[in-house]
Write a protein that binds this ligand. Structure first.
Ligand SMILES: [Zn+2]
Ligand SMILES: [Zn+2]
Length: 132
């Protein structure tokens, strides 16, 4: 019985993440999930997100400037662009040159499982506002 409920909660949370391209915070996922599961708590959303992240189904993105973690369904590897002026978090490709670097040749590295690249700056929306 308990397992079924957990599976349903996880399914709803995953569905929200797969449909969103905004890298929602746990709070936003919670608000969305409540439309389908009115009794779900924020704690349950966090617990499920942690479970799915540990499982490798969901990626957690921690903003370098502090603030809430953002989440996304783990799909093809990509890097992230963070706007320093608003909450925009955009998917950008990992430069092929970076992927071809042989980090394992460094004396203190034995294996690389993932490249996690964060690029910080101004998004085009914030740039346009500053120009006015
Ligand atoms: Zn911005
Ligand atoms: Zn992303």
């Amino acid at each position: 019985m308990k397992k079924t409920r957990n599976t349903r909660q996880r399914g709803v949370i995953l569905g929200i993440l797969r449909e969103s391209h905004e890298h929602p915070t746990a709070e936003i996922i919670y608000r969305e999930a409540r439309r389908v599961l009115p009794n779900i708590s924020l704690g349950t959303v966090y617990r499920n997100l942690n479970f799915l992240r540990d499982q490798g189904t969901v990626r957690e993105i921690r903003p370098s400037e502090g603030g809430s973690s953002r989440f996304e369904g783990a799909d093809t590897p990509h890097a992230h662009f963070h706007c320093l002026h608003c909450s925009a978090l955009l998917d950008i490709p990992i430069p092929p040159a970076l992927e071809s670097l042989r980090f394992e040749e460094e004396e203190k590295i034995s294996a690389v499982s993932q490249i996690d690249l964060h690029v910080l700056g101004s998004c085009s929306g914030c740039e346009a506002m500053a120009a006015n």
